[in-house]
Design a protein around this ligand. Structure first.
Ligand SMILES: [Zn+2]
Length: 306
């Protein structure tokens, strides 16, 4: 919220901003009645306008200072209740300047939705209604502000982070491994598999659905073979169906490329646009000898039919 919106409404009506001047010009051209109304208003507020002009800079400074003091006071008022609400208990040993910084941001976010200074009670009520989002904000800030979370802090982060954990999953996994907190890894896995990217094959090492199209795990870095991906996605069945349904031209093209694309949904030829619109993740599978002969057989059988 800008300093402007914190000025009482009464003062704003006497303003002479360029926006208001433009608005007034437009009105003038549209209606005489509007002109007289405007003039009347201008006369009655003349004194106020002059005094505002002369002290414009000073009041701007004063207002932003007042607002800062306002927020500081609000943060002091709600700090303990907000810590309790966000389960930021003392045993987490989060430095006070970090928790204060986070709570200040939350107070500012909430206060910016009100035209006048909200009470501490209003701030807390609003916070209660938006608790999941505030937990996510708190965790994403903790991930930025804490250099290396302690085991207790890591537990808080993983239990409350939800979607905000996704971009940091690799770092969190490593940290949980180093603390040997397998319970937290399970929770992290659940969060990743629920909120992370869809359509990724499960990693045989860490168990996260996180195998990327280059066949390595996004979370633990383990590299799988094409054979593993084929098995995980039921490739053989999908390939049979593909060979039966693709056109001869497409099958010939597939032979030329020597590989196909596969996802949970099916097998596609390498240039397929549909493959890309239907799937967030696609894996390349290079055709082996038996798959090549299946395609050749299919092409030959169709030739015979024609
Ligand atoms: Zn992995």
């Amino acid at each position: 919220m800008s300093w402007w919106s914190s000025i009482p409404r009464r003062q704003k009506t006497g303003g002479t901003s360029s926006a208001e001047q433009t608005a007034s010009r437009t009105k003038r051209s549209r209606s005489k009645e509007a002109v007289s109304k405007r003039n009347l208003q201008a006369k009655t507020t003349q004194v106020q306008v002059i005094s505002e002009k002369s002290s414009k800079r000073a009041s701007k400074r004063k207002t932003s200072r007042t607002r800062r003091l306002d927020v500081d006071k609000l943060v002091e008022e709600v700090y303990d209740s907000m810590c309790a609400l966000l389960s930021l208990t003392s045993d987490l040993n989060i430095p006070r300047e970090v928790s204060k910084q986070i709570i200040r941001e939350i107070v500012e976010m909430i206060a910016s939705e009100y035209s006048s200074r909200p009470s501490a009670d209003t701030i807390l009520k609003k916070a209660k209604r938006n608790l999941p989002a505030l937990f996510e904000h708190t965790v994403s800030r903790l991930l930025e502000l804490l250099k290396k979370p302690t085991p207790q802090q890591l537990e808080y982060i993983i239990l409350h982070g939800s979607k905000s954990l996704i971009p940091e999953v690799e770092k969190l996994y490593k940290l949980a491994m180093s603390y040997e907190r397998h319970d937290l890894i399970d929770q992290l896995k659940y969060t990743w598999n629920t909120h992370g990217p869809k359509g990724m094959v499960e990693c045989p090492k860490c168990g996260f659905n996180a195998i990327t199209p280059d066949n390595s795990c996004y979370v633990c870095g383990y590299v799988v073979t094409e054979e593993y991906i084929k098995k995980a996605l039921g490739f053989d069945e999908k390939f049979e169906l593909y060979v039966k349904t693709a056109s001869v031209a497409e099958l010939n093209e597939t032979l030329r490329y020597g590989y196909v694309l596969v996802s949970e949904k099916g097998v596609y030829y390498p240039r397929s646009q549909r493959a890309r619109t239907e799937n967030p993740i696609l894996y390349s599978i290079h055709l082996n000898r038996s798959e090549i002969s299946k395609i050749v057989e299919e092409i030959n059988s169709r030739d015979l039919q024609v």
